[in-house]
Design a protein around this ligand. Structure first.
Ligand SMILES: Cc1cc2nc3c(=O)[nH]c(=O)nc-3n(C[C@H](O)[C@H](O)[C@H](O)COP(=O)(O)OP(=O)(O)OC[C@H]3O[C@@H](n4cnc5c(N)ncnc54)[C@H](O)[C@@H]3O)c2cc1C
Length: 381
């Protein structure tokens, strides 16, 4: 191994699915790289189970894996700091307190709730994008002070959340009103019509009201006004309208899509020394772009690492070829739906597949066993 290879510094911003997958590959590649991971949080969280924590009483603790342990085992340098900027010219990651020079960088900072600059929503609404959000929503539910539960956004997370609130209230024996407010003419935007109809009927059978072509017009503390409707009093607003990328990305002088996702080439490159993976990356596959999903984040993280290794070895880069296994919309009454390996699925089977995927991808035996125990108990509070 040449000394120049040993000294290469590879930095990764973000310890989510993409960042950890990249870090693992780089640490194990045998080139003696100095791998540094920037992440402020103590733990990495398994986001697909967040809505299930509400209805199925899955303990959020089972969704967490400790980043310090991960880095310790793989001899990765861990900086508990947030990237505030990247200087591509001088090849430096800038944090609020220092600057760090890199030879190669992977941006894997994921996404965060997009409030579309609506300050009152930001002040009063609840988001569902990390473990802290679960704690806040659960505390608000337990307080039993709300009568109306307005979910702003009828995408995947919105419908999953509505069904989990339904389950929560059913178990508690409470009669509450759940309303999904969606700006578009239908929920679940780009998904096939059969799926939209199935989910819509399913939600209606749970008593969830769906308002399409509708927007939230005014938000105050515990009060929400939806267009053409009387003000909802004692209202809890859950804001799941979509996501945008991390703040520092907005300032970077590179091509981005309207969500702020960084446009990458077929090798996941931003430039010869910077790669991007996961939700932060905007990757076009033929005429489609890849949706935000765990499977793509993990594979892209790995592929970005492979291409850094190829670059260091002066070998040709490898194209990222996404393998789409499909997707599932897990609903808490166990009538889920999805398309897996091209097969249309409805009912209990996709529900089971959702949890099998989660058990498979969760890190650590304790977490897996904890989740299985929670599921076997069948929720309940
Ligand atoms: C409620 C919910 C349900 C979902 N359900 C599913 C599902 O069923 N199936 C599925 O495939 N996908 C699902 N997803 C999407 C999936 O979780 C994401 O696609 C996946 O987490 C993307 O991985 P990532 O590594 O790109 O980002 P993340 O997992 O979001 O990780 C990004 C990390 O970067 C860190 N970070 C951010 N900014 C900075 C910074 N400036 N400096 C340093 N670190 C930073 C963050 O703290 C975070 O730890 C769901 C997401 C949510 C929120």
């Amino acid at each position: 191994m040449s000394p120049s290879i040993e000294m290469k510094k590879v930095m990764i911003i973000g310890a989510g699915f993409a960042g950890l997958s990249a870090a693992r590959k780089l640490a194990k590649c045998g080139l003696g790289l100095e791998v540094t991971l920037f992440e402020k949080k103590e733990d990495s969280a398994f986001l697909p189970l967040l809505p299930d924590c509400l209805g199925r009483s899955i303990h959020p603790e089972f969704l967490l894996s400790n980043i310090e342990n991960f880095c310790g085992k793989l001899k990765i340098k861990r900086l508990r700091e947030e990237a505030a900027a990247v200087d591509f010219e001088s090849q430096q990651v800038v944090t609020p307190s220092s600057k760090h020079a890199y030879d190669f960088l992977i941006i894997a900072s994921g996404s965060q709730t997009n409030f579309f600059a609506n300050q009152t929503a930001q002040n009063y609404a609840y988001a569902l994008n990390n473990i802290d959000d679960v704690g806040k929503i659960t505390a608000a539910l337990e307080s039993n002070k709300f009568e109306h539960f307005i979910i702003c956004g009828g995408g995947y997370t919105g419908v999953e959340t509505a069904s989990n609130l339904w389950l929560y209230f059913k178990q508690a024996g409470w009669d509450k009103k759940i309303i999904i407010v969606e700006r578009a003419p239908s929920i679940l935007g780009p998904l096939p019509d059969w799926m939209k109809t199935y989910v819509q009927n399913n939600l209606k059978s749970m008593g969830v009201e769906i308002l399409v072509n509708s927007v939230i017009e005014e938000v105050q503390k515990d009060r929400v006004r939806v267009c053409a409707r009387p003000v909802f009093e004692k209202a809890m607003l859950i804001w799941v309208t979509g996501v945008r990328t991390a703040d520092f990305i907005q300032q970077l002088p590179i091509a981005k899509n309207p969500q702020g996702r960084i446009v990458v080439d077929e090798y996941l490159r931003v430039n010869p020394h910077c790669f991007c993976a996961g939700d932060a990356a905007f990757f076009r596959d033929k005429n489609n772009f890849l949706r935000m999903a765990v499977q793509f984040a993990v594979n892209q993280g790995n592929q970005a690492a492979v291409n850094i290794i190829q670059s260091i070895k002066n070998l040709p880069l490898k194209k990222f070829r996404p393998l789409d296994l499909g997707y599932i919309i897990p609903l808490a009454n166990n009538k889920s739906c999805g398309e897996v390996f091209g097969f249309k699925l409805k009912g209990l089977l996709p529900t089971a597949l959702h949890f099998i995927m989660c058990i498979f991808r969760l890190s650590g035996l304790n977490n897996r066993w904890g989740l299985i125990r929670n599921l076997l108990k069948g929720g309940g509070r």
